[in-house]
Ligand binder design. Structure first.
Ligand SMILES: Cc1cc2nc3c(=O)[nH]c(=O)nc-3n(C[C@H](O)[C@H](O)[C@H](O)COP(=O)(O)OP(=O)(O)OC[C@H]3O[C@@H](n4cnc5c(N)ncnc54)[C@H](O)[C@@H]3O)c2cc1C
Length: 466
């Protein structure tokens, strides 16, 4: 283990302990090494202090401690961000992983969820009532980071971005004050929380509006050979241009996984999965999605009806916290033939078998919300393309990152140039990235940042500089 200087003294910790109920972990303590790890195993950081909070009072104590001791601060929701910004070297990590309380009010169709919960936790509780908050398709992803940067769910075309479901948020600001942000209370801050990331404070609890879906839903997932993709993707484009909002769909360019019933000879070969979710009754979904299964001759077909909670976690197994990840994305205004051919070309050259590229169809309810209504920008884009490079061998880090950056730069010249901050590489593009993500909303975000965090205490994120 790298040795970390104890930049926080025993006396400092004793004074914090008086106000703090949760765990305080420092280098060398039992549990420190587990607590500093995040989902991307490429990230190895060594904070001076990990403050595992049990509630809002602990968060206030930890924020005040970091401010008073002039320590760098990172905030950990689910710890899934690929850039590893949930942790930091030397400074303080406010770790919310013990704060996972969820309370569903089915009568009012709202849910309150603490900010350390992940999507598996939330789906588990809301599905008791046949309700959902449109959220992540990998169940271990944190609700907090996902929502604060927008949130693209499997029902996004029907119900919009996840942040569009926020009714209110409780937040601890840089001064240690607790505020409730909503349409009627601190409306500017509320606007900024819908896409502006972790720039304004530590959100301790979210209140979301719920939608009716489940317990059974239908997923279509025919798998075609990449060799047929030119024709298949063009058919998918036409299908999605005419699709009802109930259908949200991703093209997943990948390598054939070793699935039951799949011929061994095709395992590892390049494929495209036409994943499509239906936000409505199973029978309607099966009928509406049938054409996707008939675009050609699939190598395999994983289409099925299943429990919402199972379908929402069916990709978990492919994304363990033992792999190395570098993910970047772009918004694509419209899918021209040239764009399709370039995407397929890069898919054929993916630098490792585990790496994927995902082309997500957007539109529907996402695009009906005016661009300036939330901090999240790029609402008019037709698609989002992500390069989800994934590998195991540390020695290939440089090769993997450089392949991804080159592919991303080449595609950026062909697309609108907007980026989605939930897949932001290692954040190395700095302010260029931030401006490309927020577009016309950027200046207003700076004004809100100046009001709530003029000293930039919350800068361990995709930072909006005050
Ligand atoms: C396997 C996988 C699948 C994914 N699928 C999708 C997908 O389908 N759609 C999509 O849109 N995104 C997806 N993502 C991206 C995901 O939304 C981001 O990685 C997101 O940051 C994860 O949230 P988290 O709470 O786990 O993040 P963390 O790593 O815990 O935090 C990331 C940042 O969010 C901020 N933050 C977190 N919690 C708080 C808080 N309580 N208060 C203030 N700021 C906070 C902080 O700035 C922090 O640095 C996926 C990621 C992975 C790894």
């Amino acid at each position: 283990m790298v040795s970390v200087e104890r930049s926080v003294t025993d006396t400092d910790i004793e004074s914090l302990r008086g106000e703090f109920r949760g765990e305080l972990l420092r280098p060398g303590d039992d549990g420190y090494d587990d607590a500093r790890r995040v989902w991307n195993s490429m990230i190895q950081k060594y904070p001076a202090l990990i403050a595992r909070c049990t509630g809002t009072a602990d968060v206030i104590a930890a924020v005040s401690f970091a401010r008073e001791h002039d320590l760098f601060l990172a905030v950990r929701g689910g710890g899934h961000n690929v850039a590893g910004i949930a942790v930091c070297d030397e400074g303080v990590v406010i770790d919310l992983s013990r704060m996972r309380g969820i309370s569903v009010d089915p009568g009012r169709r709202v849910v309150r969820v603490q900010a350390g919960a992940n999507w598996g936790d939330l789906d588990h509780e809301t599905q008791v009532h046949g309700l959902i908050v449109p959220g992540g398709v990998v169940s271990t992803t944190g609700v907090a980071g996902f929502t604060l940067s927008g949130g693209m769910s499997a029902t996004r075309r029907k119900w919009g971005m996840t942040c569009d479901h926020l009714i209110s948020a409780e937040i601890v600001t840089a001064t240690g004050e607790v505020l409730t942000a909503s349409e009627s209370s601190h409306p500017d801050l509320f606007w900024a929380l819908k896409g502006g990331g972790g720039n304004f404070g530590v959100v301790t609890e979210f209140e979301f509006a719920l939608r009716s879906l489940g317990p059974q839903v239908y997923l279509a997932a025919p798998i075609y050979s990449l060799g047929d993709a030119g024709e298949i993707v063009r058919q998918w484009r036409t299908f999605m241009e005419n699709a009802p909002d109930e259908i949200s769909s991703d093209l997943i360019f990948w390598s054939m996984p070793p699935l039951p019933g799949v011929d061994e000879s095709v395992v590892g070969s390049p494929i495209v999965i036409l994943a499509a979710w239906y936000a409505g009754p199973v029978g309607d979904g099966e009928r509406a999605l049938q054409p996707l299964r008939e675009f050609g001759t699939p190598l395999a077909d994983l289409s099925h009806a299943g429990r919402y909670v199972d379908i929402q976690s069916s990709f978990d197994v492919f994304f363990p916290d033992t792999q190395r990840y570098y993910w970047k994305s772009l918004f694509v205004d419209s899918l021209t033939d040239e764009t399709i051919d370039r995407v397929i070309g890069f898919a054929a050259e993916r630098p490792s078998l585990q790496s994927l590229m995902v082309l997500r169809a957007l539109g529907g309810e996402i695009a009906r919300v005016p661009e300036a209504a939330t901090a999240y920008g790029n609402r008019s884009a037709g698609y989002n393309l992500s390069f989800d490079t994934t590998w195991q061998d540390e020695e290939t880090d440089e090769q993997m990152v450089s392949w991804t950056r080159n592919a991303w730069l080449a595609m950026r010249d062909l697309t609108g140039g907007g980026v989605y901050l939930n897949f932001a590489g290692l954040g190395e593009d700095g302010q260029t990235l931030v401006r490309a993500a927020y577009g016309e909303n950027y200046e207003r975000l700076v004004r809100v940042k100046r009001q709530y965090d003029p000293g930039n205490l919350f800068r361990g994120n995709v930072n909006i500089e005050p």
